[in-house]
Design a protein around this ligand. Sequence first.
Ligand code: ZN
Length: 106
Amino acid sequence: MNNSENKQNICPICGSKTRYNARYENYICSDCVKLSTDIDGKLLEFFNIDMSGGYKANYKLTKEPYNSHICYINKNKCYATEARFGGIVVRLLEDVDDINIYTQLQ
Ligand SMILES: [Zn+2]
């Protein structure tokens, strides 16, 4: 049961086709992730803490830490976190089905 090669992921923000990922359906494409801001519209950037992963977010211009997983892309509320196999994955908050994240939201 492996027909994932024919599937494609569609970015929910801009509609562009990206590589399918069974674990992170409806993830947001890298071009849209670059538009991520905080609630006040300040640009953010995301990265892993080190080679083993982790999640860290900064304000892009000042490099000050941004201590939240919530970001906004084109007025859509999104959730950024470390991807299981490295990198950062960003999805619409409504698409994030892991209930555990809600305990992390402040
Ligand atoms: Zn996109």
